[in-house]
Design a protein around this ligand. Structure first.
Ligand code: ADP
Length: 461
């Protein structure tokens, strides 16, 4: 990361330095060219004025203009037209101009080492109102020339840009080093731990506190992934144990009974055949439940929707439990708004099986003289069904797992109650297929509250 960013910043700084240098020189050259044009024009105008005052002008006056031009790096020559006679030149000796041009070439090369320039001349005719006095020749080092001052200015600018570039590069590299250190360290740590998780070490929880929000989120995700995988592993283990147990128990019982009957220890009575039949029914029931689980995990495809009244169906289901409530002295109440019909578009049979399961669980896991409340609420979009009991409750750990198939909470507490730990997994599949949610609030030894939320008009696709 540091190397990448350093290269990037270096390239960025280099581009900025080169671009600003190029743009500045281009602009400066424009200024120098424009300046040369203005100076040349002034020389020509001054010379013309001298001719207008006195023809031919005094040599001293012309020479004065010429020596001022020379100071600006310009070779000045004045010729009189009719004889093409040179009457003034700013350099007295031919060598002077050569020296000056050599100096200018040196100056230009100090800024542009490969600059290719040469002596150039521009001719200006001295004429006004139809009178031609002669012409002025302006000689210079072209196509462009810098004075020593110009060259020094350009060099100072270059130095400043380079110093600023180096400072910027230095500071940002140091800054990036610190930032990268802060980001990469926790990422490296998290990726190391993620590898451990990949190798099956799910119990590992990464205990660092990164300052960056995004890395913190990543850390949370990795930790929750690890926790989920750990739970899944537990569930798989428990599932395997439960399936084996659920199938082995009736099979062993059937086998022992049949063996006894075969060896003549047991008489073949209708009671014994009934027991064998009951055990076989248990296995078939388990297989059917597993079938149902597989079917409901298919999501929305398995829904057969129609419109029906939730209120009526809950009432019917509660009535079917009446004898069980009476035998356990459980008082059950149904709370709803009289005026509302609670019409819903859903798979009636499957929603009934969810409500049946929740009420059946409440009845199973609630001791004698307990209470069960079924409450139905509505808002514009959803119906909320709550099944509340004063039963044995569910521990924090189990709350997360009871919706998994074949999971039964703490076996010592629920072993007396018949069940296969498959009902809630089916309920969850059915509710999710309807686009709803199912949750549980519970406290051990106080009771549980199962909350089902269902869209009134069926699942929106
Ligand atoms: P089961 O056939 O075992 O009841 P479920 O999937 O319906 O299977 O329930 C899974 C587990 O959740 C149960 O074994 C039980 O431990 C727990 N559970 C479900 N409902 C309740 C409840 N109302 N009160 C206490 N525990 C419950």
């Amino acid at each position: 990361m540091i190397i990448n960013h350093t290269i990037l910043i270096f390239a960025f700084v280099l581009i900025i330095v080169l671009t600003s240098n190029y743009l500045f020189k281009r602009q400066f050259n424009k200024y120098v060219t424009e300046n040369h044009r203005e100076v040349s024009q002034k020389i020509v105008n001054d010379t013309l004025n001298l001719f207008k005052n006195e023809n031919p002008p005094k040599y001293e006056d012309l020479y004065k203009i010429g020596s001022q031009a020379l100071d600006k790096g310009i070779v000045y020559m004045v010729n009189i037209d009719y004889e093409n006679q040179l009457i003034c030149m700013s350099t007295i000796l031919p060598g002077d101009s050569v020296d000056m041009l050599t100096q200018m070439e040196k100056t230009m090369h100090s800024v542009y080492p490969h600059f290719e320039g040469q002596y150039q001349e521009d001719k200006y005719i001295l004429e006004e109102n139809g009178v031609t006095y002669g012409y002025v020749t302006i000689g210079y080092y072209g196509p462009i020339y810098y004075s020593e001052f110009d060259a020094a200015f350009i060099k100072a600018f270059n130095r400043t840009i380079i110093i600023l570039g180096v400072l910027f590069f230095g500071f940002t590299t140091i800054f990036i080093y610190f930032i990268a250190d802060k980001i990469t360290k926790p990422i490296t740590f998290i990726s190391k731990k993620a590898k451990e998780i990949e190798q099956g070490n799910y119990s590992e929880i990464i205990d660092i506190k990164p300052n960056t929000i995004e890395i913190n989120d990543l850390l949370k995700s990795v930790n929750s992934l690890s926790k989920n995988l750990n739970n899944q592993q537990e569930i798989k283990k428990q599932m395997a144990q439960n399936y084996t147990h659920e199938i082995r128990t009736p099979l062993t019982s059937i086998m022992t009974t049949i063996e006894g009957m075969k060896d003549g220890y047991f008489e073949i009575t209708s009671e014994r055949l009934d027991t064998i039949y009951a055990e076989i029914s248990r296995i078939i029931n388990l297989v059917e439940n597993v079938d149902m689980l597989v079917e409901t995990s298919d999501g929305q495809n398995m829904l057969n929707t129609s419109q029906f009244s939730l209120k009526d169906n809950i009432n019917n289901i509660l009535s079917s439990f009446e004898s069980q409530f009476v035998s356990k002295n459980i008082s059950a109440r149904f709370n709803y708004c009289e005026k509302e019909a609670y019409k819903i578009v859903a798979d009636e049979e499957k929603i009934n099986s969810v409500i049946y399961n929740l009420i059946s669980n409440s009845c199973k896991y609630t001791d004698e003289h307990g209470k069960i409340d079924v409450i139905i609420d509505s808002d514009k979009v959803n119906y909320t069904i709550r099944v509340i009991d004063t039963g044995i409750g569910i521990s924090e750990k189990d709350k997360e797992l009871i919706f998994e198939h074949l999971y039964r909470a703490d076996k010592s507490r629920v072993r007396e109650v018949s069940g296969k730990g498959i009902g809630l997994a089916i309920c969850k599949n059915i509710i999710l297929a309807h686009g709803g949610t199912i949750k549980v609030n519970s406290e051990l030894n106080s009771g549980s509250e199962f909350i089902v939320k269902l869209p009134r008009e069926g699942k929106l696709i």
